[in-house]
Structures are given as C-alpha cells and as structure tokens.
Write a protein that binds this ligand. Structure first.
Ligand code: NDP
Ligand code: 2IT
Length: 449
C-alpha cells in the first residue's frame, strides 16, 4: 500500500481504475494525495464531506475534433481538449498547450495542478487547462491561424469571461492568443476578457509576458532569503528550456545578481560561461522562432551540446522551465553532487517523484511548480481585473503586485508545512495551503459538484 491512510488509498485506487494508463495524471494525483496524510488525520469533516473524492474527478472534460486545411490544401485533423476541473473558488482558469505530446492524461494532470496553484495565488480563480496535439513548429502563420480559428470555433461554446478563461502555455503565445481572441469575438460579437495573455492593444496586461519567469525568481529569492539567508547574488544558475518562462527567468535571475550559464530546448543545450546574452536568445526564439543551437554560432565562447544533459552542468541554483519529467533521479544526483543549493520549478511537474524525494532528503531548498510558477496565472487574474474595470495598470503596479503574491505564496506554503509537522517541505506545504481554501469553499457550497 502506497498510503498510510486507508481512505486515501481507496481514493487513489479509484482514480487509477477510472483513468487507466494516464501516467502523468496519476503521478500528479499521487503526489498531492501523499501530502494529505496529515490533513485526513486532522480533518474528519473533510473526509466525511467527500471533498477529496470529488476533487480528483474533473467537473467537466471536453474533447473535440479540430479540422483545418494546410497550405497545400490538405485536410488535417487534430484533437482538442478542455478540462474544467474545479470551480469552487472562481471561474475555471488555466492555459492552453499546443504540443504533439498533448493527450487526456497531460491535460488532466495540468488541470489538477492548476486547482491548487490558482488557490495559492489568493485570487478568485478555479482550475482548468486545455490544448491540442497540434504542433505549431514548422507551420506557417496562416496555418496556425486556421488551426486556432477551428479550435476556438468549438472551444467558444464552453468558455466565457465569467465561466472559463484560457491563456497560453507551451506552444501558445501572443500570436496564438490573438488568433483565438479574434475568432471568439467574431463568433460571439462580444469584446470581453475571455482569454488572458492578450496583446496590449486589445486588453492585455503589462508584465503578463514576463510574469511566470519573474515570479519564479521572486519566489526563489524569498525562499533563499527566508530558509538560508541566501540570495541570487554571485550564484551560478542553470535554466532549462528557452521559451517564455525560461527567457524571463533568465532576465530576472540576472537582474537579481545571478549568472545564468545554460539554456536548452528539446534538441540540446547551450553553455556560456560568461553568462547568457539574452538579447541573442530573444532574437532567435521570439523573433526568428529558431533553435537554441544557433546561439553557439552567434556568441563566441559558448558551446552547444546535442541531447539532454543540461543538469550535468555545475550550478548553485537550478530552474527547470521546459516540461514535465525533464529532471529525473539521476539528474538530481548530479545536481546534488555538484553542490546545488536550491531548485525551483518554472515548468509544471518537471521533476520526477524520485528527483523530488532526493532533493528533499538532501536538504536542498525545493520550490514545487504549483507555488513557484504561479506568477503567470496570478498575473492573468490581474489581467481579468483590469478587463473588468476597463482600465490598465502600469508595469510597475502589476510587477509590484506579482512580487507581493509570490512572497505570500512562499510564506503560506512554508507555514502550512510547519503547521503539519513537515517544516521546510514546500511540496507538502503548497499542496496543503492550496487545498485549504478550495476545501472550505466546497464545504460551504454543499454537494453541488
Ligand atoms: P514555450 O512554448 O514558450 O517554451 C517551451 C520550452 O520548453 C521550449 O524551449 C521547448 O523546446 C521546451 N520543451 C517543450 N516540450 C519539451 C519536451 N517535450 N522536451 C524538451 N523540451 C521541451 O512554453 P512556456 O515557456 O510557456 O512553458 C514552459 C513550461 O512552463 C511548461 O511546463 C508550462 O506548462 C510551464 N508554465 C508556463 C506558464 C506560462 O505563463 N507560459 C505559467 C506556468 C507554467 P522546443 O522548442 O524544442 O520544443
Ligand atoms: O501553467 C500555468 O499556470 C499557465 N500556463 C498559465 C495559465 C494562465 O491562465 O495564465
């Protein structure tokens, strides 16, 4: 038996039976339920109300066909998803991911995590997620537009500014959000804050682009300061990925005095001992939509290595910002051996359960995704507020709110870990702190969902 509590074991067994073979979803549920051992002991009322039994079953799961026509006139068919996991504390909120690996399991794992993350932000947003197995890589702008229009034609039936508000994630950035927003408006004849991550000219928020990466660094800085009286100053930092989260984490880590020496993509990684030149990265990734390999051709002294292996680079702080399960037990061993002091997750569930266990056992400060990367969705919620009041706040205002939110998330997670006898275990702390508000709201609302 994996769980000490018979009740949690029963809940987990049922999840396994209902979601056979959905590895990522089962992994995410298991990790959260493990943190609930002390909760079910302390709170028989939560058990009696069936809160956890309900929490693991999405309120709604939508799957649909997305047909579109490519530039050669051929009909293509992709699969679209939206999971509306939990609306106890606010409208469903969460990104859309366009990547060939997207499937029901990936969408459900992300939607499940989003419930707790959104609750941790302290803002009124429920948990949701969506996406498609469409791969934007190598597609023309016109193809991406036709796909987005077809995807939104179905998705529009299920979302709304007060119902469910999608945003970006892997493969979905400003371009895709723009195409989807245009199609939603055309279908509904309604100019509303139905998506976040919008362009600044049509209702987007300043600092949303930077928010996840910046927020990750604000969280990490607070964790370093509070737990070990440390900071980014003079630290060597390794960041995986080279997309939205990785780029703005690099910027903020550098501003805070760290030296980021490596970035990656799904093909390989670059090492630059002088510190990454972010202007070059932005040109390659944001303007040219190229590969990280090209950095080594442009920056003398930097080296590109094909394949995984970025975690073999010696560093003080590691920020995985690419994708799920990108950092395994062996990678954790290497990082620990090389003297890492802190790991914080910009991506969703980038560390395998084995890696997390190793970090915690070695006393490494570890910031789990749902706490550390919540700055993106928090700023999305700030975008929703601005849309509702039809005003825009300055960059400085949004950034200050973001920073404050990240500092609070650290302390709420830390305090919850302490309250439940697991001081410093932010995995348990974030799960418990995120759960508390959702559970309370579900109790008040009776057996509605
Ligand atoms: P982007 O699409 O901008 O960038 C993704 C990056 O991760 C790219 O460098 C990509 O490389 C790499 N990557 C993606 N899939 C894989 C894979 N299967 N194996 C190896 N590398 C991969 O996405 P984001 O930066 O927005 O997202 C990165 C992570 O952060 C995701 O886990 C996302 O869920 C999470 N996140 C994002 C938020 C946001 O606001 N955008 C908020 C909170 C979390 P390549 O180009 O080769 O595919
Ligand atoms: O994983 C995430 O939190 C996101 N991709 C951001 C979601 C959002 O609604 O901004």
């Amino acid at each position: 038996m994996a769980f000490k509590s018979e009740y949690l074991q029963k809940v987990y067994d049922k999840v396994c039976q209902r979601n056979k073979g959905e590895e990522e979803f089962l992994q995410a549920v298991k990790e959260v339920l493990e943190s609930f051992e002390p909760v079910v002991e302390k709170r028989p009322d939560i058990v009696k109300a069936g809160i956890i039994d309900r929490l693991v079953e999405p309120e709604r799961f939508i799957q649909f066909r997305v047909p579109w026509v490519d530039d050669n006139g051929n009909v293509q068919v992709n699969r679209g998803f939206r999971v509306q996991f939990n609306s106890a504390i606010g409208p469903y909120k969460g990104g859309l991911r366009f990547h060939p690996t997207v499937c029901a399991s990936v969408i459900k794992f992300l939607g499940f995590e989003q419930i707790f993350k959104n609750s941790l932000t302290g803002l009124p947003i429920g948990g949701g997620k969506g996406g498609s197995d469409f791969d934007p890589k190598g597609k023309s702008d016109a193809e991406v537009m036709r796909f987005c229009q077809s995807f939104m034609t179905e998705l529009s039936k299920h979302i709304g500014a007060d119902t469910d508000v999608p945003a970006g994630d892997i493969g979905v950035g400003a371009r895709e959000i723009g195409f989807m927003y245009g199609q939603y408006k055309r279908l509904r004849n309604e100019f509303t804050g139905v998506l976040t991550g919008k362009g600044l000219s049509y209702g987007g928020s300043l600092a949303r682009t930077e928010a996840t990466g910046y927020g990750l660094c604000y969280f990490t800085d607070e964790m370093l300061k509070s737990m070990k009286n440390e900071s980014f100053k003079g630290k060597t930092v390794v960041i995986s990925g080279s997309g939205n989260v990785a780029i703005y984490a690099t910027q903020k880590a550098t501003e805070l005095g760290g030296k980021v020496v490596a970035l990656s993509d799904s093909n390989g990684y670059i090492y630059d001992e002088n510190g990454i030149n972010l202007d070059v990265v932005k040109q390659i990734k944001e303007v040219e939509r190229g590969r990280i390999k090209e950095y080594a051709d442009r920056v003398p002294g930097s080296v590109y290595t094909e394949g995984k292996g970025i975690w073999s680079i010696k560093c003080d702080i590691a920020l995985p910002c690419a994708t799920q399960n990108e950092l395994n037990g062996d990678d954790a061993d290497m990082l620990i051996k090389n003297g890492v002091i802190a790991v914080a997750e910009g991506a969703n569930m980038p560390s395998t359960p084995e890696a997390v266990e190793k970090f915690l056992a070695a006393g490494i400060m570890f910031g789990p995704a749902k706490a550390a990367n919540a700055g993106g969705v928090a700023t999305s919620a700030l975008e929703m507020s601005q849309n509702s009041e039809r005003l825009s706040w300055t960059f400085e205002e949004v950034d200050a709110k973001l920073k404050n939110i990240m500092i609070n998330i650290f302390h709420n997670s830390y305090n919850a870990s302490k309250e439940y006898g697991l001081e410093g275990n932010l995995v348990a702390g974030a799960n418990i702190a995120g759960f508390a508000k959702v559970a309370d709201a579900m109790m008040w609302q009776g057996v509605s969902y």
